[in-house]
Design a binder for this molecule. Structure first.
Ligand SMILES: [Cu+2]
Length: 196
């Protein structure tokens, strides 16, 4: 003997209310459109990945992380800032839990600088705030970034890929000095500003 609620089924809709079937049809159309957009986006990701190959950031240059310290480009004696014959600079760094070696490098302002990094263990990040430098450092690959510093100063270099318990303490710095303060580096020499 349920008493019918006076407000519910009998109440007629206000004039401006959109009928339920129109709402349902509109929702179905938008849903179809969104599914279509998702399919297109997935197709773009898959097709460009297959056509262009999925690369690690920067360049594809492989290196054996288990032997890189024994010799070759990333041996300890070759790390730091090197000056090329054309006057440009190449900075080589090794990232590992939880630091960069060397942890301070010096370069000249308004000079082409090429950073080359690799990792000995897990993925690390190489970021220089206020510059175009931001890349992952993936073990097994050499990350390469080219830049030119417009202003002198000390650029902090935090690892920006979570790499383990000591990640928050993993950072280094790049000291960008005016050209007249930059001591030329002999071709066979490597310079750093690590405190002895
Ligand atoms: Cu790290």
């Amino acid at each position: 003997m349920a008493e019918e609620h006076p407000d519910l089924p009998q109440r007629s809709l206000p004039a401006a209310t959109v009928p339920a079937e129109v709402v349902a049809r509109t929702e179905r159309r938008w849903l179809g459109l969104m599914i279509g957009v998702l399919i297109v986006m997935m197709a773009v990701v898959v097709l460009t990945g297959m056509a262009n190959a999925i690369h690690p950031p920067s360049n594809v240059e492989t290196i054996d992380p288990t032997t890189l310290h024994l010799g070759g480009e990333f041996a300890e004696s070759n790390l730091g800032t090197a000056q090329e014959r054309d006057g440009s600079l190449t900075v080589r760094l090794v990232a590992g839990q939880y630091g960069f070696a060397p942890d301070c490098t010096k370069v000249a302002v308004d000079t082409p600088v090429k950073f080359r990094l690799t990792s000995t263990d897990v993925i690390h990040g190489f970021l220089l705030p206020s510059t175009n430098v931001n890349t992952m450092v993936v073990p097994g690959f050499v990350a390469e970034v080219r830049t030119r510093f417009a202003r002198p100063g000390i650029y902090r270099m935090p690892c920006n890929e979570f790499c383990g318990a000591g990640h928050h303490g993993m950072w280094a710095r790049v000291n960008v000095v005016p050209k007249e303060q930059f001591k030329p580096v002999a071709l066979t020499e490597r310079s750093t500003c690590v405190q002895q």
